[in-house]
Design a protein around this ligand. Structure first.
Ligand SMILES: [Zn+2]
Ligand SMILES: [Zn+2]
Ligand SMILES: [Zn+2]
Length: 942
């Protein structure tokens, strides 16, 4: 088949200013003081120029990316003994070998963690593929920069000689002296920035779509260009047709059940070339996005003129993307999700990777690319040359041919071969004359290695308590996501399979007496019989020859590696053409915003006219700009700027407004639609959001019909306490032991009260608290295995999700007049935390302090107090012994002041007293499990 050709005229021709800075940082950048003239994102007026706009976003993002590393290195240089929270440090760096991979030359590096700490690599985010690492042997006066490509777990089992694969900007580095250290930053994951930065540099601002709105804040929004020349009738549900540019039929006709705000949003999404839709919690953002996609798909094929191409869906997170695509898949099968990995079983078959695999089986000819074969052939030739040179580096003996040509006279040569006089014929042409000549200088390195193994093992057994348990813990799934995302783009499959790995270390070495001076060697240079030279001089002389030869080898290698990289780039371009030919035929293409930047060239050449971006308000502005292509005519941004903002690595950059999203910036000036009817929270929970959304939110009737939370007197309650917060040991994260126990015990109480564990989520804003809650839950796992299914999440990790019952631990509580309340003071985060629960919400915190330190919390607590839903005791009512209809008087209420008062069996404090199947009276405290799940303790015959 004929593959499409690629066009890159979206790129700016003239590369000056910020466009010339290499993406991988430079030494000068690392050693420079923090930039003084860092621009501020302009959020209250238009930018003066397109150039200023791009430069501002580039510089802010760049600073967010590199400053943790820069500041860490500065601290390491000036106060090496201080705890360096910016960096992780690795020692005893050595070069093991190289791999000739699709992405270019990759180096395998061995290292040790400082103080031989142990890391559980399977759940730790250290050195993930895509991480920027810096090497230095002179306390960072000079540096080498690389990115981690792969960290095979089987090479990370030991405490010493750990190994990772690293790609260097200057490919060929084959000579590593001792004394190098390697560092990585603890925040700012490089891979998340590099592609965005690259697109910002390449982008020609004149070709940026919507620039008059994005940069100029123009409020007049036209019809999408593809509709400007024609007035097609759009088909809606129930076969209603209308000219969408004219008056629309009523809601009932078009889509019964739609709220008027949803109807307005739909109009905006279909008829405005730039549509902003704000969806507060539970108002059906995704639902409306899906509806728009469905109507567009049903009608676009009937348009005249050039084809519209696939609709592109981009989300900030994999999770949101999968959810959106699952929705689309209900009405459209022709979807492709970029990448190889999706956690959704429904979406897995639609990943580009799986589609290519299927095509390979069903129709291999469709994938044949005639242009790629010769490239592979060429690259294989270079590869074999490189491998040959690597063998030479690995070999401790200099090549005979080399000394023959460049080092020895004929007489010397024949003296070297004197052994053959006795043997007569040269029977073994491979005979290593040099090895024989060097005799006892030869040693094996393995013995040295064994020595070191032994020392290290001793070291470890002495302080085996060093297992690290730190904030770098993430789940195995998250790690696999990152690894897959990286491998997809960089095609590192071959590295993962360990193919063509060339060792550079030899088992043998030549022992060298380092006290031998150059003039001593010179003295023997013209000695005709090499065997007359003393043994230790022989070794030194050989070393001189070898160094001379290696110099040549390195030059040759550098040259070959350059060629190798160039061809690899060409192969990569061929891959883009192949992918383009496959992706073109899809009707919907899904990707994360980061993937959109990674695949910018593919996307630009795909020329999609319609793009929908979900979670637009939590996506950094530059990520959205990097996802756009010159062909985009219709952009729908869906989000809510009152919920989480984009996250940045460097907190200080929030004062430069880096965390203000494009969405938030635009809704201040441009027309937008707000969805106002929520279908998630019961009305009393929704009322807590009044300080944020004023009176704009209304309730759908369904939320009045929710059942009560079993075992609780109220469905919403703020448990007020004064138990103090603390620091998590060895960390800066806050914890509150009392709240953690309360949450765990209440979760246990609910589960014992026969509430499915899947209906409960425990939220906290602090990672340390999350771990502590998990720890207390685990204590009851053996007795109540269902507790295992309770999700304990950070608030940020739960945006976009919901559950029936939420327990929220606020943590912060400290009797100090001026102490801050950290995350709790950020209204966007509070908004998310308060709006996740459908049926019941229980909050644990210090009410008087929150009121003193935050206006938002003061308003929220006023609402709670007025409704009598805040107090230092919480009322539970027994599902067996309370009769809610009979009013408070007929209820058995357990008043809980702390976790010791929570009935452990889900009932109340009464005795059970019921007659069991066997006829005996139950001797236990009130419980919710049926009697057939227990055995009678009396001397029972049954
Ligand atoms: Zn009871
Ligand atoms: Zn009983
Ligand atoms: Zn019995």
């Amino acid at each position: 088949m004929k593959l499409p050709t690629l066009n890159n005229d979206y790129q700016i021709r003239e590369k000056k200013g910020f466009r010339r800075i290499p993406i991988i940082p430079t030494e000068e950048e690392m050693l420079a003081p923090p930039p003084k003239d860092l621009p501020i994102n302009i959020i209250d007026e238009p930018y003066d120029s397109h150039e200023e706009y791009l430069e501002t976003h580039y510089k802010l993002l760049r600073e967010d990316c590199i400053s943790p590393l820069r500041e860490g290195i500065r601290l390491l240089q000036t106060q090496p003994e201080e705890l360096n929270s910016n960096l992780r440090i690795y020692e005893k760096i050595n070069l093991v070998g190289i791999s000739l991979a699709s992405m270019g030359i990759v180096h395998r590096i061995s290292f040790m963690i400082k103080h031989s700490e142990r890391v559980h690599w399977a759940t730790n985010k250290r050195l993930l593929p895509g991480t920027l690492v810096v090497f230095s042997k002179d306390n960072f006066k000079t540096m080498k920069f690389g990115t981690v490509v792969n960290r095979p777990l089987e090479l990370l089992k030991k405490v010493y000689d750990l190994q990772v694969d690293v790609h260097f900007r200057l490919d060929a580095e084959f000579e590593w002296s001792e004394g190098y250290v390697m560092v990585e930053a603890t925040s700012s994951y490089f891979e998340a920035y590099r592609h965005i930065l690259k697109v910002l540099q390449e982008l020609d601002p004149e070709k940026l779509p919507f620039k008059e709105h994005i940069i100029g804040l123009d409020q007049k929004i036209d019809v999408p260009k593809y509709l400007q020349t024609q007035r097609p009738d759009y088909k809606f549900e129930n076969d209603i047709r209308c000219d969408i540019m004219e008056e629309w039929p009523t809601v009932e006709k078009i889509s019964p059940g739609l709220h008027s705000s949803q109807y307005d949003a739909l109009k905006r999404m279909l008829t405005c070339r730039l549509a902003l839709i704000q969806g507060p919690p539970g108002t059906g953002k995704t639902y409306m996005g899906l509806k728009a996609v469905k109507i567009l798909l049903e009608n676009l094929e009937n348009l005249k003129g050039p084809t519209i191409g696939p609709i592109v869906i981009a989300c900030q997170t994999n999770h949101a993307l999968d959810q959106f695509l699952e929705g689309i898949q209900e009405f459209e099968e022709n979807i492709i999700r970029l990448g190889s990995r999706s956690r959704s079983n429904k979406i897995k078959p639609y990943t580009l990777y799986n589609i290519v695999q299927d095509l390979k089986l069903s129709d291999p000819s469709s994938l044949r690319n005639r242009d790629i074969g010769p490239l592979f052939k060429k690259r294989d030739d270079i590869k074999s040359k490189i491998i040959k040179l690597c063998k030479e580096i690995r070999n401790p003996f200099v090549k005979y041919d080399f000394i023959k040509k460049q080092c020895l006279t004929n007489d010397q040569l024949s003296s070297l071969k004197r052994d053959d006089w006795f043997g007569g014929e040269d029977t073994n042409s491979k005979k290593n004359y040099i090895r024989e000549w060097l005799e006892d200088s030869i040693a094996t390195t393995t013995s040295k290695q064994n020595d070191m193994d032994f020392q290290v093992t001793q070291l470890i057994s002495q302080d085996s308590g060093n297992q690290m348990e730190d904030e770098d813990e993430i789940t195995e799934e998250e790690i696999q996501d990152v690894e897959a995302d990286y491998a997809d783009y960089h095609e590192t499959d071959d590295i993962l399979k360990n193919a063509d790995f060339e060792k550079l270390r030899s088992e043998e070495c030549i022992r060298l007496n380092t006290s031998i001076r150059d003039d001593q060697i010179n003295e023997y240079e013209s000695e005709e019989d090499l065997w007359e030279i003393p043994l230790e001089i022989r070794a030194a002389m050989h070393n001189r020859w070898r160094r001379k030869r290696l110099k040549e080898v390195y030059i040759e290698l550098k040259n070959l590696c350059e060629q190798y990289s160039k061809i690899s780039d060409k192969i990569k371009t061929e891959r883009i053409r192949e992918n383009l030919s496959i992706v073109k035929s899809a009707r919907v293409i899904g990707m994360t915003t980061t993937a959109a930047a990674k695949n910018h060239e593919l996307l630009v050449n795909l020329k999609p006219k319609i793009m929908i971006i979900e979670e637009a308000a939590e996506t950094l502005e530059a990520h959205i700009v990097a996802a756009l292509t010159p062909a985009t005519e219709h952009l729908i941004l869906i989000g809510d700027h009152q919920q989480l903002r984009p996250s940045v690595s460097v907190h200080e950059l929030e004062s430069h407004k880096l965390n203000v999203s494009l969405f938030e910036r635009l809704v201040k000036f441009l027309p937008f639609c707000q969805l106002t009817e929520q279908r998630r929270m019961r009305p009393e929970i929704r009322r807590l959001l009044t300080p944020i959304y004023k009176d704009e939110l209304t309730d759908h009737e369904d939320v009045n019909k929710y059942p009560d939370v079993p075992g609780f007197y109220d469905n919403l309650f703020f448990f007020d306490h004064i138990e103090e917060e603390a620091y998590e040991p060895d960390s800066t994260s806050k914890i509150n032991d009392f709240e953690a126990r309360m949450c765990a015990k209440f979760a246990n109480y609910l589960v014992k009260g026969r509430v499915s564990a899947k209906r409960i989520t425990i939220l906290s804003m602090y990672s340390g608290q999350r771990k502590l809650i998990c720890k207390y839950l685990k204590e009851d796992f053996r007795k109540t295995p269902e507790l295992n299914q309770i999700r304990v999440s950070s608030v940020d990790g739960f945006q976009g999700e919901q559950n029936d019952i939420i327990l929220l631990s606020l943590v912060r509580s400290r009797e100090q007049p001026r102490s801050s309340i950290g995350f709790l003071g950020i209204s966007n985060r509070v908004c998310v935390a308060l709006s996740r629960a459908k049926h019941g919400l229980y909050i644990f915190g210090n009410a008087s302090q929150l009121k003193n330190r935050s206006d938002l919390w003061k308003s929220v607590l006023d609402i709670l107090e007025k409704a009598g839903l805040c107090g230092q005791t919480i009322n539970l009512c027994c599902q067996k012994h309370s009769n809610k209809e009979g009013g408070p008087a007929s209820m058995e209420i357990t008043v809980v002041a702390d976790y010791n008062c929570i009935p452990p069996e889900g009932g109340c404090s009464r005795w059970c007293g019921e007659v069991m199947g066997c006829g005996h009276v139950c001797p236990s405290k009130c419980h919710m499990y049926p009697h057939n799940e227990t055995t009678c303790q009396s001397f029972c015959m049954q």
